[in-house]
Design a binder for this molecule. Sequence first.
Ligand SMILES: [Zn+2]
Length: 314
Amino acid sequence: MRARLAAALLALTALLCGGAAAAVAEAPLSLAEVAPGVFVHQGRVENWLPTNGGDVANLGFVVGQRCVAVIDSGGTPALGQALRAAIARTTPLPVCYVINTHAHPDHVLGNAAFVSAAADAPRFVGHARLPAALGAREPYLRNALRRDFNQVLAPQDIVYPTLLVERRLSLDLGGRTLHLDAWPTAHTNHDLSVLDTHTRTLFLGDLLFVAHLPVLDGSLRGWLQVLADLRQMDVALVVPGHGAPSARWPAALDPQEQYLRQLLADTRAALRERLSIQQAVARIGSGALPGWWLTELFHRRNVTAAYAELEWEE
Ligand SMILES: [Zn+2]
């Protein structure tokens, strides 16, 4: 009797655990409708890693009367599939555009899930410099997925944009227009923002980090200039590349701008004192940064990038 009870308990445990594992693997992507017809999946404020399935960037989509535009597709092809399924649960309309805000892996590797041979297949949209940026990073993207995620990408799984934005482009989703702006070098040299003119919701990609320490992969001075230009925009809600969306505009830009201004001032001071790059990183990179996450991963790297940029300024 006891043996039968134990066996039954074991079977029940296996069922529950198996069921739980399946639920985690197939859990639908969490979504919030942050404004009418504007949906956001908020990624975790973590590094891009297998333990989180690469689910670290904010992903969005906007639903028009005719079709849907995706804004960033996720950090793995599987995440792109989950986003596609989440869109299909939300609306029967087809996806007509997949927009990438820049080439970092957590924003582009889900593109493969949206490729289709159908006549109404989506067009892939990016900054005019996105193809070159993806090309330069493609070996890294493939290596990182194979080494860290144990996934081998087929040649066509890194999807390049075919519709390029030199400065500004408007996309019509049917009764709803998106304004895309291609920015000068800031977070990267190919940042693209997306404004839903209907709700004044602005997707900034990694031009804005909230809670997650900003990561400098472009130009510190350029980024500060772009922030000044962004402040002129009429915005009701801003969706950062990482961290929570915010209706506080333009105040939502303030913490990041303060961090970047401090980085600029500290790095210039180190250069005036003729510190070596190692000395500058040791001094500036050791300071506490209350309010920011992932500082241990990115702050010293930012100091290195800032030093290299500012070293040659007059
Ligand atoms: Zn980025």
